[in-house]
Ligand binder design. Structure first.
Ligand code: ADP
Ligand code: ZN
Ligand code: ZN
Length: 826
């Protein structure tokens, strides 16, 4: 009898949001049996008095041996939150990138979907309830108004109930609260209340009934009429969202009147992020007609997709790649398919969104990690259902969204290293992950770039990917003229004015006089990369990292770009007491200062990490420049990516040398891509643009390749070296990173790890080495590089790596030694 009962018990293997290798098995209480399937969430206890939202990976009847089973506490989902293909995709990511499945889970889901006991919940100060809230929810809200930020466990304790999670979840959905994580990085979503008709009053007839009912309440009637006008609800077209504030102002009614209409069940009040209003709406523009060259490229891509799953569109800057994407998206939509359009950086989504929105209207959804969590949750849920958006534009985390009918993935600027996640795990490359996801979904992939990554170009040349080239700019605009300027010589002759050569000053002045604009590119932020004592040569360094501090004039501080540590500039040198501290080199901040002095009539703007902490500031800088309100735009690599401005006639690359001297095997490829891309911002419409390329090493082969826009030349020269020295695209790299506070201990562990790997892989193992910055945030770092043949069995390689890591970590060093892998590092 007992045995029989056992057999009928149901167990679930779940993925926890923790960096643990395996899934864990829990017992499913009988009452939840019918509801829980693969891809559903369950809340489970783990460790001492902690609980987590976990994902069900498998449901089965095999009781595991050897440990005491715990029970699932709660099963909130009636439907799975993940599609089967997503679980397979997660498994692939964790396997390929050598990380825990839990790490993938953490990266994949918005915070609001994975509540746990430690999640911090924040009260949303802008929230107004449309009516009375359920008692438990009100209780939690009251607690939060005493202390606006609390952990879920604390709320549970204060309420005296264990099951506070469902209450928090419901409050999240109402946007009365938010999860703390989303407020990181200073981005705080602004939420406003909006008004809409309740379900029962949508439709003409129902609305007339409402009018009749309000006949004797003229002020309420006036509000309703105003609403009808503002929303266009009777017009038959799309209904516009109406902010409550706007309705108050335009109808002259008080908030109380609107609330009383909500109380009568006529209106619904709902919160929404500000900014979403302008986003939604109908498509207004027809698509542009493709030029003959673009049409050829389009046909080429379609033909290529007949035999290949991935195609590279190698189109020079301003050739109109985006227009081609738009046509391909349309085609996919006609076939009833979904499209994922990836961009390397959140910052870029604004321009792309505006262009796509004009054509696709509200069939377009935008998704990225800086969005308010509630918004991301909403998109996630919508994509699971029938009302899913057919086009998703997003940064790398959008590969994790559920797609029910994915037909096409576009990876724009596919060469961008920002597609690779550095920290934390999963250290995945969104382009490569997208290729895998697409193949799991039976979708096609288009990789687009003017300067493809060597990996992708190699794949295309080897016939693994298709290849389509678009070598001319739209409307036969010429590619810009690139003129190298030898600054070494000019410095010797003392003719440089700070970071500016005389020619650059002259050309920028000419452009300004003609009402045109200029872009200046300097790939370092801050004021001066270094401060130095004139007497003894002392250089201030970070106390947590092995790196010198960068001087930021605006804040008057010296800042570490690795950990954020900052201190004031000392009055005198702490080493020798000397009173003169000089700054060396140029950061964007100093370039900005100098530009203001050199071009007094011009409005100068700067775009780098320091000026774009919030999404708004980024948008403002770009729209000011696009509208001609600013004349000179100074920036780091942020300005190199895909931006389309019409009036830029001069581009200055201030310092090519730092890029060329970067100690990395990809330095030349990166330098070429950056310079060619920045150059590509010049003269995009009409008149041919001019690019001044300032360098000490003006005779460097890469400079010549940029001048001639010779991608092929760059590729061939680099490919020869990479092959000789066994680097990608010919070999695969896995970087083993080891970190510890104790330098000596780390040294030993790294040596042991390398020895273990050498025993298996021999000369394919390099290191351990100190990276250029060998200590970050008080942790010493060592790296071991493994170069494996492309055709080697990766399964075996992974097994050896995991095994070696386990052995080294077990060697009495305890948990404080960190070992992790970076597969295909960039
Ligand atoms: P890329 O992405 O290749 O750098 P874009 O797609 O940004 O180039 O195109 C450059 C500019 O030319 C944009 O302003 C775009 O609107 C315009 N353009 C390109 N193709 C067309 C077309 N077929 N019709 C109208 N405008 C076009
Ligand atoms: Zn000194
Ligand atoms: Zn630091």
């Amino acid at each position: 009898m007992d045995g029989k009962m056992e057999n009928r018990q149901i167990f679930v293997d779940v993925i926890l949001p923790l960096p643990v290798a395996a899934t864990y098995t829990y017992l499913l209480p009988g009452a939840m049996a019918g509801r829980v399937c693969e891809g559903c969430r369950v809340v489970v206890p783990f460790g001492t008095r902690r609980y987590y939202t976990a994902i069900v990976a498998r449901v089965h009847h095999d009781r595991p041996e050897g440990y005491e089973l715990k029970e699932v506490m709660e099963a909130p989902d009636a439907q799975p939150l993940l599609l089967p293909v997503q679980l397979r995709f997660w498994a692939w990511l964790s396997d390929y990138y050598l990380c825990a499945l839990g790490d993938v889970y953490k990266a994949a889901l918005p915070s609001g979907l994975k509540l746990e006991s430690e999640t911090v919940v924040v009260r949303n100060a802008d929230f107004e309830a449309g009516g009375p809230l359920p008692k438990r929810e009100q209780q939690v809200l009251d607690l939060l108004s005493l202390r606006p930020e609390q952990r879920v466990t604390d709320l549970a304790k204060a309420c005296g109930r264990k099951d506070v999670l469902p209450v928090v979840r419901s409050l999240l959905e109402r946007r009365a609260v938010a999860v703390k994580e989303e407020l990181r990085g200073g981005y705080k979503p602004k939420v406003e209340m909006r008004v809409r008709l309740a379900e029962a009053f949508r439709g003409e007839e129902a609305l007339h009934r409402a009018f009749d009912a309000l006949a004797r309440a003229p002020r309420q009637l006036a509000v309703l009429m105003k609403y009808v006008e503002l929303s266009g609800v009777m017009g038959g077209g799309d209904v516009k969202e109406v902010p409550k504030k706007e309705l108050e102002e335009k109808s002259g009614a008080s908030s109380a009147i609107i609330k009383s209409l909500a109380g009568k069940g006529l209106f619904e009040l709902y919160p929404a992020e500000v900014g979403r209003l302008k986003a939604a709406g109908q498509a207004v523009a027809a698509v542009n007609v493709l030029s003959p060259a673009q049409q050829d490229a389009y046909d080429g891509i379609r033909a290529c997709f007949r035999s290949k799953d991935v195609c590279l569109l190698h189109g020079v800057t301003a050739s109109g790649k985006t227009e081609i994407y738009i046509h391909l998206i349309q085609e996919a939509l006609r076939e009833g398919k979904q499209v994922l359009y990836l961009l390397p950086e959140i910052a870029l989504t604004t321009q792309a969104m505006d262009r796509l929105r004009r054509v696709f209207g509200d069939r377009l959804a935008v998704y990225h990690s800086k969005f308010p969590d509630a918004e991301r949750v909403e998109i996630w849920r919508r994509q699971l259902g029938d009302g899913c958006c057919p086009v998703v534009l997003g940064a790398r985390s959008s590969v994790f969204l559920p797609f029910r009918r994915l037909g096409l993935v576009i990876v724009d600027e596919e060469h961008e290293p920002t597609y690779k996640q550095q920290d934390p795990a999963p250290r995945y490359h969104a382009r490569d992950a997208a290729v895998m996801l697409a193949s799991m979904c039976g979708a096609k992939v288009l990789l687009g770039s003017a300067t493809p990554s060597m990996e992708t170009y190699h794949n295309a040349m080897a016939g693994k990917y298709g290849y389509v080239s678009l070598a001319e700019r739209y409307r036969d605009v010429l590619l810009p003229e690139v003129v190298p300027v030898d600054v070494g010589e000019l410095r010797r002759r003392k003719q440089m004015r700070g970071a500016f050569s005389p020619l650059l000053v002259e050309k920028v002045q000419e452009a300004l006089a003609a009402g045109e604009q200029a872009i200046l590119f300097q790939n370092r932020r801050g004021f001066a990369p270094m401060v130095e004592c004139r007497t003894c040569g002392w250089v201030p360094r970070c106390r947590n990292c092995d790196v010198s501090l960068t001087y930021h004039k605006g804040s008057g501080k010296m800042v570490c770009h690795y950990c954020g540590y900052a201190e004031d500039v000392p009055r005198e040198c702490p080493a020798c007491g000397g009173g003169e501290l000089l700054d060396r080199g140029f950061g964007t901040e100093k370039v900005e200062d100098e530009a203001r002095t050199l071009f007094p009539g011009a409005v100068v703007a700067r775009m780098d990490l320091d000026t774009t902490r919030s999404r708004d500031s980024y948008e403002r800088i770009l729209s000011d420049f696009a509208a001609g309100r600013t004349h000179i735009l100074i920036g780091t690599q942020m300005i190199s990516k895909g931006l389309d401005f019409g009036r830029v006639s001069v581009v200055g690359i201030l310092d090519a040398d730092t890029m060329l001297n970067w100690p990395d095997f990809r330095a030349y490829e990166r330098a070429f891509q950056l310079m060619a891309q920045v150059a590509g911002r010049a003269g995009r419409r009409g008149k041919r643009g001019l690019v001044l390329l300032q360098a000490r090493s003006a005779g460097h082969p890469v400079i010549g390749q940029v001048v001639r826009n010779d991608y092929r030349g760059m590729y061939e020269a680099q490919a020869a070296e990479r092959l000789a020295f066994r680097y990608p695209p010919f070999f695969r790299l896995v970087c083993v990173c080891l970190k510890h506070r104790d330098a000596l201990l780390l040294e030993q562990a790294a040596e042991e790890m390398a020895a273990r790997l050498r025993a298996v892989f021999g000369a394919r193992v390099l290191g351990p080495d100190k990276p250029p910055v060998a200590r970050v945030q008080s942790l010493h770092i060592r790296k071991i590089l493994l170069k494996v043949e492309k055709q080697a069995s990766l399964g075996r390689v992974r097994e050896c790596l995991r095994e070696a890591a386990r052995a080294v970590q077990a060697g009495g060093r305890g948990r404080s030694l960190m070992v992790y892998f970076d597969v295909d590092p960039v």
